[in-house]
Design a protein around this ligand. Structure first.
Ligand code: ADP
Ligand code: MG
Length: 454
């Protein structure tokens, strides 16, 4: 009868598919003793906190459903599977490998959100299951459980994907909800803009209105405001205003609050009011599942050997993993050859060098720095002197010096035939600035990780 009870619960209480799969389906009856029913909660899937959430949100509906279907009164107790297993001194089964989810129809209703970044397209593995469960809990009950939710993890591991998923989910449930997703860079720029227009006395008020008159604020890559004092100050007030009026805040970062050295203490303690969850690098099974998901979403049909080849060789980040598949497919179309392992090897030879580590070149550094500052590689090697180009150029000099053994003269040549004194000057400038400006230091950290993910 258990399946019937769960089905009834799902329909009677209008539980969405993804919520059902995450919270309800893994529940099992552990024991029945008269009216007392003990239900096991698989904490390897949803975390220890997941139990609290289930009790808060689903215990009553489940009790009612059981009573409806069986016609008997009951009392429910929830037990963590890990505890049960510990008690029985049995080894825990690894039931937490990968959950596959069917693709849903994707519409672009919210222009600031990537329509592909939803819970349905997010592959859950042991590297991200807690972050996934917490995100879903917040999406289902904004401002009720974890506020703020703080998600951290390395580049390309799915933070933005999860944040957009939360926003989509909330908006799908309630199209009138005022959900605002911004990167911390956008937040900073808009703040600076509003201060610059101070002559117009309304501009700061407008800024505050925009950020405070909402139900949910998602702020991505918070590390970029850290160290920028006035931005941090404004964010602090935004945070307080929203939190006090019981609005949900979701923050992502590349590090946990405790490791962000220059974070103001009062902001750090605010961040720790809620729940902090991490995303780690995916294991092999999860990498395979992500590739399969992408294959399905892109309507491709790729040989399993090729998928295994990619999953074995591209490890550090999911953006690269997906990029590898895209490159292989593009190459096969270009040269009109079937996708096989030989073609995959050929297509990925730049991505995968024998020692599994990319050689860091000046060109690579220029490319990554240019992308970060939204300028072109040509700008960097050009003779342009405006600060928005000259400064990233100096950052390139510093990074080339720090991350490679390339001689100064060659660095100079590749950076637009500049002589080595210019390069030394650039390196020294960045070093000095980093001592004073912790947000620059943060930026450099982020860039270093992008250049050399290991
Ligand atoms: P981050 O914001 O942490 O740098 P993103 O969210 O931009 O990373 O993810 C990078 C890419 O990897 C995106 O295309 C995203 O869809 C994909 N991705 C990340 N995690 C997953 C996952 N668990 N399942 C499916 N795709 C994922
Ligand atoms: Mg991101």
């Amino acid at each position: 009868k258990w399946d019937e009870i769960l089905e009834y619960l799902k329909i009677e209480h209008g539980i969405s598919n993804v919520s059902f799969r995450t919270w309800i389906q893994p529940l099992q009856v552990y024991s029945v003793d008269g009216n007392n029913i003990t239900i096991s909660v698989d904490d390897s899937l949803i975390g220890v906190d997941g139990k609290k959430f289930i009790i808060k949100k689903y215990a009553l509906p489940l009790k009612v459903s059981i009573e409806e279907i069986t016609g008997k009164e009951c009392d429910l107790t929830f037990e963590l599977l890990s505890e049960i297993n510990k008690n029985e001194e049995k080894k825990k089964e690894s039931g937490n490998s990968v959950q596959e989810k069917p693709a849903t129809q994707i519409q672009n209703k919210y222009p600031f959100l990537n329509p592909r970044y939803t819970f349905d397209t997010f592959v859950v593995g042991s590297n991200n299951n807690l972050a996934h469960a917490a995100s879903l809990a917040v999406a289902e009950s904004p401002a009720e459980i974890y506020n703020p939710l703080f998600i951290y993890g390395g580049v390309g591991l799915g933070k933005t994907h999860l944040m957009h998923s939360i926003a989509h989910f909330i908006l799908d449930q309630n199209p009138d909800a005022k959900v605002l997703y911004v990167t911390s860079e956008v937040f900073t720029n808009e703040l600076i803009e509003s201060i610059r227009n101070r002559a117009d006395t309304n501009s700061v008020a407008e800024f505050r209105k925009k950020y405070r008159n909402i139900d949910v604020l998602l702020i991505d890559d918070i590390q970029f405001i850290i160290g920028k004092e006035s931005t941090q100050e404004e964010f602090f007030h935004t945070f307080n205003a929203l939190h006090e009026s019981k609005k949900q805040i979701i923050i992502s970062s590349d590090k946990p609050p405790k490791d962000i050295e220059t974070l103001e203490e009062r902001l750090r303690s605010r961040f720790e009011w809620g729940l902090t969850v991490d995303i780690q690098s995916p294991d092999y099974e999860t990498r395979m599942a992500i590739l399969k998901k992408k294959e399905e979403l892109d309507g491709l049909s790729i040989d399993d050997e090729v998928m295994k080849y990619i999953a074995t060789n591209v490890k550090s980040n999911i953006r690269e993993l997906e990029g590898a598949l895209t490159q292989i497919v593009a190459r096969s179309r270009l040269i009109n050859k079937k996708v096989d392992v030989a073609l995959a090897e050929e297509a990925l030879k730049d991505l995968i060098s024998p020692n599994d580590k990319k050689d860091i070149t000046v060109e690579l550094i220029i490319g990554i720095v240019a992308e970060h500052f939204d300028i072109s590689s040509d700008d960097i090697i050009s003779s342009k002197k405006s600060r928005n180009i000259a400064y990233p150029r100096q950052i390139c000099m510093y990074l080339c010096r720090t991350l490679t053994e390339i001689p100064l003269k060659d660095i100079g040549n590749k950076l637009g035939k500049r002589d080595h004194t210019t390069i030394i000057h650039g390196i020294e400038k960045i070093k000095k600035d980093m001592e004073k400006d912790s947000s620059l230091k943060n930026t450099i950290d982020v860039l270093m990780k992008k250049i050399n993910p290991q």
